[in-house]
Design a protein around this ligand. Structure first.
Ligand code: CP
Length: 311
């Protein structure tokens, strides 16, 4: 079962180039299905997927559920807040009880980095990471690469800036790993105290000058200021953050060449990005959301699909 090197998709750090290419090729085919009047194929008929979300989500959760339904899989949604975890049941028992109901795959979002490594020790099902704390969000990295490919045609040599709170961003980590694997150049920009120590060892460059970074870039992926993950205030004020690192109307207007504007959502309009920049013709933010369904269809198919039987 499965067409990728690994049984699970836990992160892009460990996903080889051939597998990323295979996922993006299949995502492009599945993207066409989403334009059909009947947006459904029988590919995963008979498979059962549980969406196990221990943290809030709008895009990822709906996108995974839609991807499962478009592939004709049976889907079940689980919210930690309404489960027996509230009565003291352990994570291990919860996972093992869910698996006892004969499921094939668990898509999990969890606030703890590395929670999925524990999960794969407790269950035999295929596990897909839908975001683990500040660690990785591999399907977001994949959908960002698919969206860049659509507008730029190639990732090799593409100059992509990631701007904002790099330290707390799983989106940044998955983008860095995926883009570098695919031959893109990555530059990071954000407040020094929101930049992970030694991050340049991964092969990225860094700058604290947002205007210099935007002038260098073919595309900028703007990260959200994650107040709920920081716990403490890392930025003196929202206004100062916007002045120093915001993707503002004035900054974008000053550029000699237009650049592609991306954001994984949810957006803090007027903080990390101006509202009219987020809605401008160079912004592909809603394409990213649509491509998310196609990428997740591709990932689920390549992990759960049956190999053709030898005749
Ligand atoms: N991009 C993203 O992960 O959004 P959600 O938190 O809404 O799923």
């Amino acid at each position: 079962m499965g067409f990728l090197r690994d049984k699970h998709l836990l992160g892009l750090a460990e996903t080889p180039k051939e597998d990323i290419e295979l996922i993006l090729q299949h995502a492009s085919s599945f993207r066409e299905v989403l334009d059909r009047p009947i947006k459904k194929v029988p590919t995963l008929q008979g498979k059962t997927v549980v969406n196990l979300f221990f943290e809030d989500s709008t895009r990822t959760r709906i996108s995974f559920e839609l991807a499962q339904k478009r592939l004709s899989a049976d889907t079940v949604n689980f919210s930690a807040g309404r489960s027996s975890l509230k009565k003291g049941e352990s994570f291990k028992d919860t996972a093992r009880n869910i698996e006892a109901m004969k499921i094939d795959c668990i898509v999990m979002r969890h606030p703890v980095p590395g929670a999925h490594v524990h999960l794969i020790n407790y269950v035999n099902s295929v596990v897909v990471n839908a975001g683990d704390g500040t660690h990785e969000h591999p399907t977001q990295g994949l959908l960002d690469m698919m969206s860049l490919l659509e507008v730029k045609g190639n990732l090799e040599g593409l100059k992509v800036a990631l701007v904002g709170d790099i330290k707390h961003s799983r989106v940044a980590r998955s983008n860095i790993h995926g883009l570098l694997t695919m031959g893109a150049e990555v530059m990071l920009c954000g407040p020094p105290n929101l930049m992970p120590v030694n991050i340049e060892n991964l092969g990225v460059s860094m700058s604290y000058d947002i205007d210099e970074v935007l002038a260098w870039s073919d595309a900028v992926n703007v990260l959200r200021i994650q107040r709920e993950r920081q716990g403490v205030s890392y930025i003196p004020s929202v206004r100062e953050y916007r002045d120093l690192f915001g993707i503002t109307h004035e900054r974008v207007e000053r550029l000699k060449e237009p650049i592609t504007i991306m954001h994984p959502g949810p957006i803090n309009r007027g903080v990390e990005i101006d509202s009219d920049v987020a809605d401008s013709e160079n912004a592909i933010i809603l394409n990213q959301v649509l491509n998310g369904v196609a990428v997740r269809m591709a990932v689920l198919y390549l992990l759960l699909g049956d190999q053709p039987k030898a005749s």
